[in-house]
Design a protein around this ligand. Structure first.
Ligand code: MTE
Ligand code: MO
Length: 418
C-alpha cells in the first residue's frame, strides 16, 4: 500500500498524522449546510464529530439555547408532556453506537455498476478544496439552474458516519406519556423550515422532466412506525461521541433510528405527536420513497438500509502495487443488525474467500474487516467484497429505484500488480 504522509503538528513529541478534515459547503449567510465524511482517511469505527457528514434539506435553522428549548409530546397519549433537557436527562438513559447513512449516499454508483469498465467511477476521496459541492450553493434566485452543472457538481458519496449517541430511549418517554392502544406511529417535527428544493428531487432522479410535488413552506417532519419507535435502541439523543450534540447535527435533541437511513434521524426536534395513522409528509410520501418512476402510483416509504461494504484499501487510484502480500481492508454495515460475514474475491473466477471480521459488541455500527491477499502474479485484478448480516441477508438488497436511494451494490476495485 502506498505510504500515507505524516505531517502536521507535533503531539507529545511524536509527529502527528494528518487529521481527517472536511471542507463544508456554506449557504449565502455563511452557515454550514453540507459536508462529506473523509472516509478513506479514518481509522476505527467512530467518526470524529468534525468529520461527520452534514445534510440539511431545508434552511439551516437558527440555533436555540438548551435553556430556551422545550419538547412538547402530545396526540394519542394519556398525559401530554412538556419537558426540558434536564427532565429528559433524569430519565433512564441509553447509549447506542450506530452508523448513520444518508439514503442518497453513493447514488451515482447505480449507474456506474451498469458499466464499471466504461464509466468514470465516482471517487470516495474528499478533496481539500472541494467547493460547489451542494445545491445549497446554486444560485436560488434563478428559477432553475443549468441541471448539467448540478449533476456534475454534487458528489453524493461519503454521506455516512459512525457515531456514539447518548440519550434516552423514545420508548421510555412514550411510556411516561402513556400511549393509547392501536396507534400507528410517532410524528417528529424539527423547527427548521423552508420550501423543499425541487433540485434535490431532480438530482436524485437524474432528470428534470417530471412534476415535483410542491408542499409550500414546511418543517422537516417524519412519522416513525410504532414498532420501530418502541425499539429500545431508538433514542432521543443530546450527546454525540461523548460530547454535547452540536447545532449542525441537531442540538439540543435529535432522533437516532439505528439501521434506518439518515432522513429518519430528525434533528432540532421541538414536537412529538403520537398518531393513529401515518400522515402524508413531504419527506416520507414524496421524497425518500421507493418506486419505479416518478409516476408510480404505489410509492412506498423507505425504512431499513440494505447490507453494504466499502473497500477502503486498496482503491483504484492506489495502483500499481508491487507483487506480494497486501491487506484488503474495508467497512461493512447493515440496516437490520450485525454484519456476521464478509467475503472477498480477487481471482476473477467464482471463489469467494472469508475475510477476517473484527469482533464487535455493537450491532448497529459498521465493522472493520480485512483479507490478506497474496498477489504473486503481475496483472490487472478486480477486487470484490460482499457482506452478510445476522438475519441472513446478503449484499446487495436494494434494487435500482427511481430516486436512486439506499445504494448497496458490490463495487469492484481495479488494481494493477507489477
Ligand atoms: N430537522 C431535520 N432533520 C434532519 C434533516 C433535516 O433537513 N432537518 N435531514 C435528514 C437527512 S436527509 C440526513 S441524511 C440526516 C443527516 O444528519 P447529519 O447532518 O447529522 O449527518 O439528518 C436528517 N435529519
Ligand atoms: Mo439524507
Amino acid at each position: 500500500m502506498p505510504k500515507r504522509e505524516i505531517e502536521g503538528d507535533w503531539v507529545l513529541g511524536w509527529a502527528d498524522r494528518k487529521r481527517a478534515t472536511m471542507m463544508p459547503s456554506k449557504d449565502e449567510q455563511g452557515r454550514v449546510v453540507y459536508a462529506r465524511t473523509p472516509i478513506l482517511d479514518l481509522e476505527g469505527l467512530i467518526t470524529p464529530v468534525e468529520a461527520s457528514y452534514i445534510v440539511a434539506q431545508l434552511a439551516m435553522p437558527e440555533p436555540v439555547h438548551p435553556d430556551d428549548w422545550r419538547l412538547r409530546l402530545h396526540g394519542r397519549v394519556e398525559r401530554p408532556l412538556d419537558l426540558d433537557l434536564e427532565a429528559l436527562r433524569r430519565l433512564p438513559g441509553r447509549t447506542v453506537r450506530a452508523v448513520i447513512e444518508c439514503a442518497g449516499n453513493d447514488s451515482e454508483f447505480f449507474e456506474y455498476l451498469k458499466d464499471p469498465v466504461g464509466r468514470r467511477k465516482p471517487s470516495l476521496r474528499v478533496k481539500q478544496n472541494e467547493t460547489g459541492s451542494a445545491w445549497a450553493q446554486v444560485d436560488k434566485s434563478r428559477p432553475l439552474p443549468d441541471m448539467k452543472d448540478v449533476f456534475d457538481a454534487i458528489p453524493s458519496s461519503n454521506l455516512v458516519s459512525g457515531g456514539e449517541w447518548t440519550g434516552v430511549p423514545l420508548r421510555v418517554v412514550l411510556e411516561r406519556a402513556g400511549v393509547k392502544p392501536g396507534v400507528a406511529g410517532v410524528r417528529f417535527r424539527g423547527w427548521d423550515q423552508g420550501k423543499p428544493d425541487p433540485i434535490a428531487q431532480y438530482f436524485s432522479v437524474g432528470r428534470t422532466d417530471f412534476a415535483v410535488h410542491d408542499p409550500g413552506v414546511i418543517h422537516f417532519e417524519k412519522a416513525l412506525p410504532i414498532a420501530k419507535a418502541m425499539h429500545p435502541d431508538t433514542i432521543l439523543a443530546w450527546a454525540h461521541n461523548g460530547e454535547w450534540l452540536t447545532h449542525v447535527h441537531g442540538a439540543p435533541l435529535r432522533l437516532i433510528v439505528p439501521g434506518w437511513a439518515g432522513n429518519w434521524w430528525v434533528k432540532w426536534i421541538e414536537e412529538i405527536e403520537v398518531v393513529d395513522r401515518l400522515p402524508e409528509l413531504y419527506y416520507q410520501t414524496h421524497y425518500f420513497v421507493l418506486g419505479d418512476s416518478p409516476d408510480d402510483p404505489d410509492k412506498r416509504m423507505l425504512t431499513a438500509m440494505g447490507v453494504k461494504t466499502l473497500i477502503v484499501s486498496p482503491r483504484d487510484e492506489d495502483s500499481p502495487l508491487p507483487r506480494g502480500e497486501h491487506a484488503i481492508r474495508g467497512l461493512a454495515w447493515s440496516g437490520e443488525g450485525k454484519v456476521v460475514r464478509v467475503e472477498v474475491r480477487t481471482d476473477g473466477g467464482s471463489t469467494w474467500d472469508d475475510a477476517h471480521v473484527e469482533e464487535s459488541p455493537d450491532r448497529w455500527l459498521w465493522v472493520r474487516w480485512s483479507y490478506l491477499w497474496k498477489a504473486e502474479r503481475p496483472g490487472d485484478y478486480r477486487i470484490l467484497a460482499r457482506a452478510y448480516d445476522e438475519t441472513g441477508r446478503m449484499q446487495p438488497q436494494t434494487p435500482a429505484n427511481f430516486q436512486r436511494k439506499h445504494f448497496d451494490g458490490i463495487v469492484p476495485e481495479f488494481v494493477r500488480i507489477e
